[in-house]
Design a protein around this ligand. Structure first.
Ligand code: MLC
Ligand code: AMP
Length: 495
């Protein structure tokens, strides 16, 4: 018998619809059957994958969930990768995680096939892997490793965040309890599935609850509006950039067209924002437009969701609320003292069953990220009238753009390979739509010329679209301190 609770629960609502895409439906029984066959295919003759890494490069929806469940049921670790990533980015992740198989659909097979051949990685085509017969699957203990998510940080290259099945279960149960998920919920899924927001908050919470997910291949405003207007969703989860885009699009409509869509939003039981700061002005605009009070919450790949405004109670614009069930948190002041009063800022530190196990293959980075057993988030917050407010990050090298966490150092390393670039510094500048806009400040080589469109073109194929500089400034020299180190605050002051 397979011990994973996600699977055991699905057996209790076999006939419910897990995924609805246009006219195509997949039940929980379909998920159970397909993931069992795929697990058998992944296993071949072996009784247990024993935590072999299986990368997922399949479309959001049934294919993704069945691939994830198959890997878990076979005893593997899922490594979801960015569908719109570049070959160098894929190569880095596949190599760093030591991936042995990649699950793909036909389209992705052609894109990543040659790279897998080069790296000696097995390619498993989701649609073709139908011939394996049902077989006994291994028991999976909760403390076994389940997933590696790549996240950017203060190091140039992204690090793999390793979570166990128990971590994932704790993250899911906390949200299901706090936000009162149930089998009658229906949610659209348009967030990428190589990050925790789309994986845990949307997909895993919905599947844990027996709810229905409507997947979209990408964030498709027109298609989402059509379904909102048809009144099919009870829950909606997005990053602040999406709410800004929704507001812009709604305001561009005629009053009649807008009213029909707004009514659909107004009737949902819950709309959540997270992954980046939701400006209080956007929160208020959304309420004025739809009557909905967005629930803002705070989380991180390493810890799952940690702080949330209440489902029932005051949802305060500009604040993230109080710790979620099962989350233990403290603020540590710059002095090293633990903050005990309101209005005193400190770094958010978190512990609890949802906190990840370690960074993949990085013992030093793992040890450095904990302080007496508490995970150091690198985010500053303050408690005000009983609710936490996020004040910003400790590191200037971390940028949040469109809800994606980016490392300035990774982008700088890429730009330095451009033949015209002598030196560069990358910063995130405030931006009304993207939260922060990736901004490159560049010193050119002698007699060189470079403009933003040319640089952006050059970046394609090297960096994912959201990492490509959105703004650029050429300077004759970068500001440095007495030690010769580039000073980013001085660069920010140039704008
Ligand atoms: C895309 N574009 C950008 C950009 N991203 N421009 C500036 N800054 C960015 N960050 C540009 C492209 O170059 C393109 O330009 C145009 O926008 C459309 O590109 P796109 O990729 O089609 O954009 P779109 O689909 O509209 O994407 C916007 C988005 C996406 C908000 C849907 O960024 C997204 O899915 N973000 C969510 C990321 C996420 O899930 N984060 C959670 C991490 S987990 P042109 O000129 O070519 O048209 C986490 C923990 C937690 O943070 O707490 O949840
Ligand atoms: P990631 O590493 O992609 O999981 O991103 C986690 C980071 O997103 C956190 O460390 C915060 O900096 C940021 N973040 C998430 N939610 C919020 C929020 N509600 N307000 C401000 N920042 C947030």
């Amino acid at each position: 018998m397979n011990a994973l609770p996600l699977i055991a629960r699905a057996r209790t609502f076999r006939d419910a619809i897990a995924f609805l895409a246009g006219k195509v439906t997949h039940t929980y029984q379909d998920l159970l059957s397909r993931s069992a066959v795929l697990a058998a295919e992944l296993l071949g003759a072996s009784p247990d994958l024993n935590e072999a890494r299986v990368a997922l490069l399949v479309p959001a929806g049934f294919e993704y969930a069945a691939s994830q469940w198959a890997t878990w049921r076979a005893g593997g670790i899922t490594v979801p990768i960015c569908m719109s990533g570049t070959l160098p980015e894929w190569e880095y992740v596949l190599t760093d995680a030591g991936v042995s198989s990649v699950l793909v659909d036909a389209e992705m097979a052609t894109k990543i096939g040659p790279l897998c051949d080069k790296l000696g990685i097995r390619l498993v085509n989701f649609d073709a892997a139908l011939s394996a017969s049902f077989r006994e699957l291994p028991d999976i203990a909760p403390e076994r490793n389940a997933m590696i998510l790549y996240t950017s940080g203060t190091t140039s290259k992204p690090k793999g965040v390793l979570t166990t099945h128990a971590n994932i279960q704790a993250q899911i149960e906390s949200l299901v309890q706090a936000w009162e998920w149930s089998a009658s919920d229906r949610i659209p899924l348009f967030l990428p599935l190589h990050h925790i927001h789309g994986i845990i908050n949307v997909t895993c919470c919905a599947l844990w609850s027996g709810a229905t997910i409507e997947p979209f291949a990408r964030f498709d405003l027109a298609a989402i509006f059509e379904r909102v207007q048809a009144d099919v969703y009870s829950i909606f989860m997005a990053v602040p950039t999406i709410y800004v885009k929704l507001i812009q699009a709604l305001e561009a409509l005629s009053p009649n067209d807008r009213a029909a869509i707004v009514d659909g939003f107004a009737r949902m039981r819950l709309m959540v924002s997270g992954s980046a700061a939701l400006p209080a002005s956007v929160h208020e605009q959304w309420t004025a437009l739809t009557g909905q009070k967005l629930l803002e919450r705070y989380g991180m790949t390493e810890i799952g969701m940690a702080i949330s405004n209440p489902y029932r109670g005051e949802r305060r614009p500009g604040a993230v609320g109080t710790p979620l069930p099962g989350v233990d948190m403290r603020l540590k002041a710059e002095s090293g003292a633990i903050v005990t009063t309101e209005d005193e800022p400190g770094e958010i530190q978190v512990r609890g069953p949802g906190v990840f196990r370690s960074y993949w293959n990085r013992p030093e980075a793992s040890a450095d990220s904990f302080d007496e057993g508490w995970f150091r988030t690198g985010d500053m917050a303050v408690l005000e009238r009983g609710y936490y407010r996020i004040m910003g990050r400790l590191s200037v090298d971390i940028i949040k753009s469109g809800g994606y966490k980016l490392s300035a150092l990774e982008i700088e390393a890429a730009l330095l390979e451009h033949p015209q670039v002598a030196e560069c510094a990358v910063i995130g500048l405030p931006d009304d739509t993207w939260g922060e806009a990736v901004t490159a400040v560049i010193v050119l080589k002698k007699n060189a010329k470079l403009d933003l469109p040319t640089l952006r073109q050059w970046c394609k194929g090297r960096l994912s679209v959201y990492k490509i500089p959105h703004r650029m400034r050429v300077v004759s020299e970068l500001p440095r301190n007495a030690m010769g180190k580039i000073t980013k605050p001085a660069i920010r002051a140039l704008f």
